[in-house]
Ligand binder design. Sequence first.
Ligand SMILES: CC(C)(COP(=O)(O)OP(=O)(O)OC[C@H]1O[C@@H](n2cnc3c(N)ncnc32)[C@H](O)[C@@H]1OP(=O)(O)O)[C@@H](O)C(=O)NCCC(=O)NCCS
Length: 202
Amino acid sequence: MFPEIARDDVFRLETRRLWLRWPRGSDAPAVSALAGDWGVARWTALIPHPYTIETAERCILAARAGNARGSSLRFALTLKDFPRKFVGMAGIDATDDGPRLGFWLGRPYAGRGLMSEAAQALADALFRITEAEELSTVILTDNAASRAVLEKCGFVESERFETGFGRHADSPVVRMTLRRDEWQASTGDVLRPALAFDRALA
Ligand SMILES: CC(C)(COP(=O)(O)OP(=O)(O)OC[C@H]1O[C@@H](n2cnc3c(N)ncnc32)[C@H](O)[C@@H]1OP(=O)(O)O)[C@@H](O)C(=O)NCCC(=O)NCCS
């Protein structure tokens, strides 16, 4: 799904306060500590619990492999003021239902608007470098913080299900979706640089 430009670990995104870069093996202790917090994991369908450093190392390797194949774009989030400070992860995976957004932030860093910056940067990247028509994610119906992040980026509720998947197999969930035309209307973007780039090479 993602073009050549995103398939190398030099590819990164910048927001006002964050770098979004490919995860590295050295992030594993922070991933294990921050995502190992049940207060984070319980809101997600798939974050393992407990989350050992070895599990984190395997997940990071899998994320890098998916990024290199172009089937995902998963990033580690670090603070620009303290670039070695890993604070969470956010990414997009290709699924049978189209591109799917996922994110989590370490609890010490929550409530400062950081994930809203990261989610917006990911949506911008998806629509600018791929031809995807929409980006969606499925969250627990009572995940108010995630819903607020998504709504700030223009996502709207598109479907409701009585049950989710993974850890949420017994809980009601909602799908939140951002369509390209809505994203375009809010950003004023008219160009698809990936397409312009391909044409330039042709
Ligand atoms: C969801 C999460 C990423 C939010 O990160 P964050 O950086 O704190 O998010 P932001 O600060 O950008 O925005 C949070 C918004 O939620 C709102 N919020 C937080 N808790 C809330 C609650 N209990 N009820 C209502 N709104 C809430 C905040 O007020 C804020 O909105 P505002 O900017 O309009 O005031 C973080 O809480 C997290 O990692 N949660 C667990 C994992 C998860 O749920 N992942 C998504 C599902 S896969």
